[in-house]
Design a protein around this ligand. Structure first.
Ligand code: B3K
Ligand code: ZN
Length: 886
């Protein structure tokens, strides 16, 4: 019976409905016959009834498959012996143990969704997480079914000389007809989402790594031959990650070979398939000439992230997709601490928190807010979010903070030992930490269950007679969809007390015999309102709270601009120094916004200029930190601080402040820029990166000063640069200046780099972010340029994504043109690639926060999408949640 024609409305999956699988797969033998248009897949599954599972029929998932034949224990099954829908194959009346042979055909060249098996240029590759494997063959495509895979690939030898899959290569051979074959075996049981296959004419860059127990592992990066000079940085990063995971978590690699393949068409950054990571080319390929410091940095962390998944994700995987943060939160936390160890820890923390506050806080305050462990979804692809990843990482980091470093390591050792080869839950993770250390994290687990960003209010009082300092912490968490009220969270609050000279004071709580020496201590906040009494405090202190951003919360702590300015230069905690500076700048900018709205004259804050001068001349401060401290918050972040964002006033206020700081401190910016302009070959290391970032910040102020000569300096930097960091910094500044020089700079940049996709994406992105008035027209023009294809996710993100997310003035244009543009593109994209389409919708996440007129326009854009027939589940889920009543 074939019911594939029946229409399905998007189904909601609930955590509460979880059931163990009815059948398990012990072994999966897959044979792929690759052909240009059609690929034949023969899957032989050794299956058995799950003794712990429910009494139910065997259901295999499958989408967009042509079923050629089905055999049970060698006998062909007729059409009346199974049932088929558009997404499942149901086989009733099965014995306890059996073998299924399923032959299907798929059409990778028709696959524009980039899920399952697809072409990226001439490379055939796969993406199976979360539910892509069902587009390759019928299978119980859920992470709690773990099987041992053996994969044979047969294909034309000329066209596909390289054929890869997971695990170790076992055997290979050639046929007389010009085809060849290879067999890969992965001894580690894995869920289908970690399956991978790659075939193409690829160059391989090799290296090796000797593990702590002395095993030699071959490292291979496969790339299009034209990119063979771009692999070194990724290989170095991989070796650093392998070593770090041994040293820090005691985790060793477990196969003879570790492979990375770079492809141009990829829906996200990279994928941790067992032994065969597949990467978006932009997240792996780099040379100093083509990649910026930020690219080098990101590549190092993504290579590490995917590598770390080998343990946190692959050896121990997720029971179901509600547990996604089990692997993603933990692995992000691991890659963040890797990057902190290898580079500047302070800068790493600032960047992580900046990202969290600007993206995750917005998500947590919007219509898609969900807990780190969600309890329902329509389309799981929509839940690869900043909440699952970045907030999930903060949650694991807080566990580490609460129990301590050694204790945390004991806990992760127990977790990996106890659950090796299993598919488990976030509860299992927490339980392992608890059991290893005899701690109680039951209240802490609310961080996994409750959505929304808690708000902490801090009140302090000093009694000069009793020498007592009182710190009262009150917590509240706003309602989120489906969660009207919240229970108090268990929050680690890192605090320090400073006296008037900026010296740290000892901290002794009322019931303690001894004072706590040292700059910072962790208070454990568990109540809705809680008071901490510090005794023997000799003089009135200023409390520096939430040091290192010890919890993902919003802080309401009324400090005057002078107190912020004091912390900005005196705090012992680098993160809080930066944060105090940002809060001071935000206060000043919001006052300027109010002045603009009331037509008051704008005045520059001399307090801020003085502090900037002190920072810029502080010889002891890391230049990377100076650069961060002198960087003004983004317009988007400022918008998030206002009840009703005023995009134009924010832009104007920020420009005013920047220009006036630049004019006041021009000499100093000039001097610092010149001092940092030492000719030196590019090297990727924390010190050199710090110098380049400060140099570029100085240049951006110099250009902002409005002095036309500074544009010449910008052009000179572009001309002299031997690396993309300095070249792109120059180009970014040029694109906001109308005139011939701008057009020439853009033209010659493109001419020089048009063969290089990674660089061309930067060229698209800088133009999309331009503040010049005709930017949308230009973006539309660029969509017709030879450099752009709507089928390529990197192009889409660089041009459309950049315009909609990082060009607030034009995206939020009062006439609604930005919103209409986005809606049109989403409808086109949804037919091609639903995941990318759904991602683009994120630009409208905060639509209800804007003024009445803009809200109406954004609503119209959302409705124009919602009213389309045949929307993908991806876009359907987001658009309906955005439009749902508040
Ligand atoms: N696990 C993948 C993400 C898969 C996304 C699927 N829509 C990459 C990562 O987080 O490492
Ligand atoms: Zn990941």
């Amino acid at each position: 019976m074939d019911t594939s024609a029946t229409e399905q409305s998007p189904k909601v999956t609930l955590l509460a409905d979880y059931e163990q699988p009815a059948y398990l797969v012990d072994e999966a033998l897959l044979q792929f016959d690759l052909d240009s248009a059609k690929t034949r897949v023969v899957s032989t599954l050794t299956m058995r009834k799950n003794p712990q599972g429910p009494e139910a029929d065997c259901i295999l998932d499958g989408e967009a498959l042509t079923l050629v034949s089905l055999k049970l224990d060698g006998k062909k099954l007729e059409g009346n012996q199974f049932q088929r829908t558009t997404s499942q194959l149901l086989i009733p009346n099965l014995p306890d143990k059996f073998e299924l042979e399923i032959i299907t055909e798929i059409e990778p060249d028709q696959n524009t969704a980039l899920e399952g098996l697809y072409y990226s240029g001439s490379i055939l590759c796969t993406q199976c997480e979360a539910e892509g494997f069902r587009r390759i063959t019928y299978y119980p495509d859920r992470p709690d079914v773990m099987s041992v895979f053996t994969v044979t690939i047969v294909a034309d030898r000329e066209k596909w000389p390289v054929m890869l899959s997971n695990g170790n290569m076992e055997d290979q051979g050639v046929f007389d007809d010009g085809r060849h074959w290879v067999r890969w075996h992965d001894p580690h049981p894995k869920p289908s989402y970690l399956f991978a296959l790659v075939a193409g004419d690829l160059h391989v860059q090799q290296d090796s790594f000797t593990t702590q127990s002395g095993r030699e592992v071959a490292l291979r990066i496969y790339v299009d031959p034209e990119n063979k000079h771009k692999c070194d940085h990724a290989l170095t990063s991989l070796k650093q990650a392998m070593k770090w995971d041994e040293d820090t978590y005691g985790r060793e690699y477990d196969l003879d070979v570790f492979m990375i393949v770079a492809v141009n068409d990829f829906n996200m950054g990279a994928m941790e398939n067992k032994g065969l990571n597949i990467f978006n080319a932009a997240c792996v390929l780099a040379t100093p000439e083509t990649a910026t410091d930020d690219d080098f940095y990101t590549i190092q962390s993504i290579v590490a992230h995917e590598y770390f998944h080998n343990w946190s994700g692959n050896r121990v995987t997720c029971r179901d997709w509600f547990q996604l943060s089990l692997k993603e939160g933990f692995t992000v936390m691991r890659d963040q601490s890797f990057s902190a160890d290898l580079n500047s820890a302070a800068v790493q923390r600032i960047d992580d928190v900046n990202g969290l506050r600007s993206m995750q806080f917005a998500e947590d305050a919007g219509p898609m807010a969900h807990p780190v462990r969600p309890d329902s979804y329509i389309e799981i692809s929509n839940f690869y979010t900043v909440t699952i990843y970045e907030k999930g990482a903060e949650v694991v980091r807080m566990i580490n903070t609460l129990v301590g470093d050694e204790e945390f390591r004991k806990g992760t050792d127990l977790y990996f030992d106890r659950h090796d080869g299993q598919a488990v839950t976030t509860d299992d993770f927490v339980k392992a930490i608890e059991d290893a250390n005899a701690v109680d994290l039951s209240q802490f687990k609310r961080w996994y269950e409750q959505a929304g960003t808690p708000e902490l209010t801090i009140d302090t009082n000093y009694d000069p007679i009793e020498h007592r300092f009182t710190l009262t912490v009150t917590q509240a968490c706003p309602a989120t969809p489906g969660q009207a009220t919240k229970q108090p969270f268990h929050i680690p609050l890192a605090v320090g007390l400073l006296d008037k000279s900026g010296t740290s004071l000892d901290m002794q709580l009322e019931d303690e015999a001894e004072p706590h020496h040292g700059d910072t201590r962790i208070l454990s906040v568990t109540e809705a309102s809680q008071t901490f009494e510090f005794i023997n405090v000799s003089s009135e202190p200023l409390a520096s709270v939430l040091r290192g951003f010890s919890a993902p919360v919003k802080l309401k702590y009324d400090l005057s601009n002078h107190q912020l300015a004091f912390l900005m230069v005196n705090d012992k905690d680098s993160f809080n120094r930066w944060d105090a500076g940002q809060k001071l700048i935000i206060n000043i900018l919001l006052e300027l916004v109010a002045d603009i709205q009331q037509n008051n004259p704008l005045v520059l804050s001399s307090l801020l200029v003085n502090q900037f001068e002190r920072i810029l001349t502080d010889k002891k401060l890391d230049p990377a930190l100076i650069a961060k401290m002198l960087t003004l918050p983004t317009e988007n972040y400022l918008a998030a601080q206002m009840t009703t964002p005023d995009v134009d006033a924010i832009h104007q206020a920020r420009e005013f402040l920047k220009r006036n700081i630049a004019v006041s401190l021009k000499g100093l910016f000039n001097q610092t820029y010149e001092k940092l302009s030492v000719k030196k070959a590019y090297d990727f290391n924390a010190d050199d990166m710090a110098m380049r970032s400060l140099k570029n910040v100085c240049l951006s102020y110099l250009v902002a000063s409005g002095d036309p000569l500074q544009l010449q300096r910008c052009l000179r930097q572009m001309k002299q640069a031997d690396n993309m960091t300095e070249l792109l910094a120059g180009l970014r500044l040029m694109v906001d200046q109308s005139g011939l020089e701008r057009e020439n700079a853009l033209r010659s940049f493109y001419e020089q780099w048009k063969q290089d996709r990674q660089v061309v994406d930067k060229w698209l992105a800088v133009q999309a972010a331009s503040t010049l008035p005709d930017t949308l027209i230009r973006v539309k023009g660029l969509m017709k340029h030879e450099a752009f294809s709507i089928k390529n996710p990197n192009n889409v993100r660089a041009l459309i994504g950049m315009f909609c997310r990082n060009n607030p003035v034009h995206f939020h244009a009062k006439d609604g043109s930005g919103y209409r543009f986005l809606a049109e593109q989403i409808l086109v994209l949804d037919k091609l690639n639903p995941q990318v389409a759904a991602r683009m919708l994120g630009a409208l996440n905060s639509w209800r926060r804007y003024d009445e007129q803009r809200q109406q326009l954004m609503k119209q854009a959302l409705e124009s999408i919602a009213e389309q027939q045949d929307l993908s589940a991806d876009v359907y889920e987001i658009v309906t949640k955005y439009l749902a009543a508040e």
